[in-house]
Design a protein around this ligand. Structure first.
Ligand SMILES: [Fe+2]
Ligand SMILES: [Fe+2]
Length: 450
């Protein structure tokens, strides 16, 4: 086994590189997320057989500092620089690789430097299985790689059976498992980046297709929503991929809202759609909230836009939990469910704060949306759920809270197999939110149409 040093502050990259290099090249990487830590390792002489570094981290030229330090120490460890923003990029002092998330290139280059041949690589153990939401796999007509199903699980390992080979039509089988209640399928871990890329591409293409029927658009957007939830749950970071997919989804939600009423009432259309609770309540909530700011005296188009953005992201950190436990519904009850692990409950309690922190790193995030997300369960610190709705939160957070409560009531009607009764729903809301500022918001709901 070879050892090496990876210098990168990008959590997703670190995971992918570490995992893949271990699996294919048997290279064990020590990860350092800052240049200063990396230089300490170098000075201690424990960098191993190879150094892989991002060209820059923040303002620091990592490539240059590492090369200089190695020269100073008279060490000849090979250096791979990812990206072209270092002064040593594209010089003969280092190996330069493109700055994108291209795992195969990094694997190939590292194998070449370490003298690992393709034959050695083939002989390596098959890597682990990586879980993907079944709903995402529904986007493929033929399987993008081998697909597995988990048949039994112990605390340390799982037993998998192969569902199909790469390139096989597999939708029939996916439907079969879906009906049995399976929510996750598994792919070889080495294929995961390829599959994520392909799904995003398919989802984006679908969302761009103007001829898509509203029902299909709703489902395609849900795939995007799940995809963003999965990526964020894994890396807790806004990557270019996350940005691209979320933007498309928000556009699509705006289109759904614009187009659907012509066909049939929007709320009823979405309510009838077989989508997950979380996504459903986000899209419906967007519609209700936009209606409120159109009706309320101080509302503007800018508020409507902000609320669309906020609704898309406010519960994103719950998405992986809801997709694992598809029977979950109303957020406030989730915390009491026994099927959730302590760690999952922790995320539920903190999901408003987590999303609010994440959203700040989103490019051109609408002003104040982090505060609205932080307060969306009535708590000013974004932790927990309030039972007593107070006045000390932002007006748009109140709009969001009332919209969500409205949607929850509609879903209760649906669960009871009844058509919604607007008058009754409004009564329930008035009893729940007694403060004057909420009353004005609730008044706006009287003109909503289904
Ligand atoms: Fe929430
Ligand atoms: Fe929510």
């Amino acid at each position: 086994m070879a050892r090496g040093l990876l210098v990168s502050d990008h959590p997703l990259l670190n995971d992918l590189y570490s995992f893949n290099l271990k699996a294919f090249v048997d290279l064990e990487l020590m990860v350092k997320t800052s240049l200063s830590e990396a230089l300490t390792v170098l000075r201690g002489g424990s960098q191993g057989d190879i150094i892989i570094t991002l060209s820059r981290i923040n303002d620091e030229d990592c490539g240059e500092s590492i090369v200089d330090t190695l020269e100073e120490l008279k060490a000849d460890t090979p250096v791979v620089v990812i990206g072209e923003r270092s002064s040593v990029s594209n010089t003969n002092k280092v190996y330069t690789l493109p700055p994108n998330l291209n795992v195969p290139i990094v694997v190939k280059k590292s194998a070449e430097i370490l003298g690992v041949t393709a034959k050695d690589m083939m002989a390596k153990e098959v890597p682990d299985h990586y879980p993907v939401a079944l709903s995402l796999m529904e986007n493929f007509d033929v399987s993008p790689c081998e697909i597995f199903v988990l048949v039994s699980k112990t605390s340390t390992s799982g037993e998998f059976v192969k569902l199909c080979d790469s390139g096989a039509p597999f939708q029939g089988k996916v439907r079969e498992y879906k009906e049995k209640g399976t929510v996750k399928l598994y792919i070889p871990s080495s294929e995961r980046l390829k599959v994520v890329n392909q799904v995003s591409k398919i989802v984006i293409e679908k969302l761009d297709d103007p001829s898509l029927e509203p029902d299909d658009r709703i489902r395609a957007t849900e795939s995007g929503y799940d995809l963003v939830g999965g990526l964020l749950g894994e890396a807790k970071e806004v990557t270019p991929e996350v940005i691209k997919i979320s933007k498309k989804c928000m556009e699509a939600v705006a289109n759904i809202i614009k187009e659907v009423p012509r066909v049939k009432g929007l709320l009823l259309t979405i309510l009838d759609n077989k989508t997950g609770y979380l996504y459903l309540h986000s899209v419906m909530g967007t519609y209700i909230a936009r209606h409120i700011v159109r009706e309320i005296s101080w509302g503007s188009e800018e508020h409507a836009e902000k609320l669309s953005f906020v609704f898309f992201f406010h519960d994103m950190f719950l998405a992986p939990i809801f997709s694992k436990h598809p029977s979950l519904q109303f957020e406030e009850d989730v915390i009491f469910k026994e099927e959730l692990s302590d760690k999952e409950k922790e995320v539920v309690l903190n999901h408003a704060r987590l999303a609010s922190e994440m959203i700040k790193t989103f490019p051109r995030c609408p002003m104040g949306s982090d505060a609205i997300i932080l307060q969306h369960h009535g708590m000013t610190n974004g932790v927990g759920f309030t039972l007593d709705y107070k006045d000390d939160i932002s007006p748009l957070a109140k709009v969001l809270i009332v919209s969500e409560a409205f949607v929850e009531e509609l879903i209760r009607y649906k669960d009871a197999n009844k058509g919604p009764d607007l008058e009754h729903v409004i009564e329930v809301l008035r009893a729940k939110f007694t403060k004057h500022t909420y009353k004005k918001i609730i008044d706006c709901l009287e003109t909503i149409s289904f």
